[in-house]
Write a protein that binds this ligand. Structure first.
Ligand code: TYD
Length: 133
C-alpha cells in the first residue's frame, strides 16, 4: 500500500570539494540486479504508467527534479524528487507515473530484478483488477 512507499536518506560524505553519496546494501531493503537511468527527458514527457508484480525499485533524482505519482489502487499521492541524497522506495504493486521533468534532470533507478516485460502491468484498469484479486 501507499504507506509502504518511503523516502530514504542516502548516506553522504560532505566535502568542500563536493559531496559523495553512497548506496550500498544497507541503504535499501533489497539487493539490486539492475541500474538504469532516464536522461534528456523533454519537460512535457510522461513516463512510467505501470506497476510491477515482483520488482521493487529505488528512484533518485541525481540531477534536477521530477514528480512521481504513486497509486496503490486505493489512494494516490504525488512526490517531488529533487535531491541526490534522498531516494524513493517503491514496493511491489504500486502504479507509478513520472512527469514534470526539469531540464537536465536525471532519474536513477535501482531495480530488484532483471528486466522482464512479464512483470509489468501497463494498463490501469488491469492494475485495478490485479489489486482487487
Ligand atoms: P518503459 O517501461 O516505457 O519506461 P518508463 O517506465 O521509464 O517510461 O520502457 C521503455 C522501453 O525500454 C520499453 O520498450 C522497455 C525498454 N526497457 C528495457 O529494454 N530494459 C529496461 O531495463 C527498461 C527499464 C526498459
Amino acid at each position: 500500500t501507499i504507506s509502504e512507499v518511503l523516502i530514504l536518506e542516502i548516506p553522504k560524505v560532505s566535502d568542500p570539494r563536493g559531496n559523495l553519496a553512497v548506496i550500498e546494501k544497507e541503504t535499501i531493503p533489497f539487493s539490486f540486479k539492475r541500474v538504469y537511468y532516464l536522461y534528456d527527458v523533454p519537460s512535457d514527457a510522461y513516463r512510467g504508467g505501470h506497476a510491477h508484480i515482483q520488482q521493487q525499485e529505488f528512484l533518485v533524482a541525481l540531477s534536477g527534479s521530477f514528480d512521481v505519482i504513486l497509486d496503490d489502487g486505493n489512494e494516490r499521492i504525488q512526490i517531488t524528487l529533487n535531491k541526490p541524497d534522498k531516494g524513493l522506495l517503491i514496493p511491489v504493486g504500486i502504479w507509478r507515473e513520472l512527469d514534470g521533468f526539469s531540464s537536465g534532470s536525471v532519474c536513477l533507478v535501482l531495480a530488484s530484478e532483471e528486466y522482464d516485460e512479464n512483470d509489468y502491468i501497463r494498463d490501469y484498469s488491469n492494475f485495478k483488477l490485479f489489486k482487487r484479486s
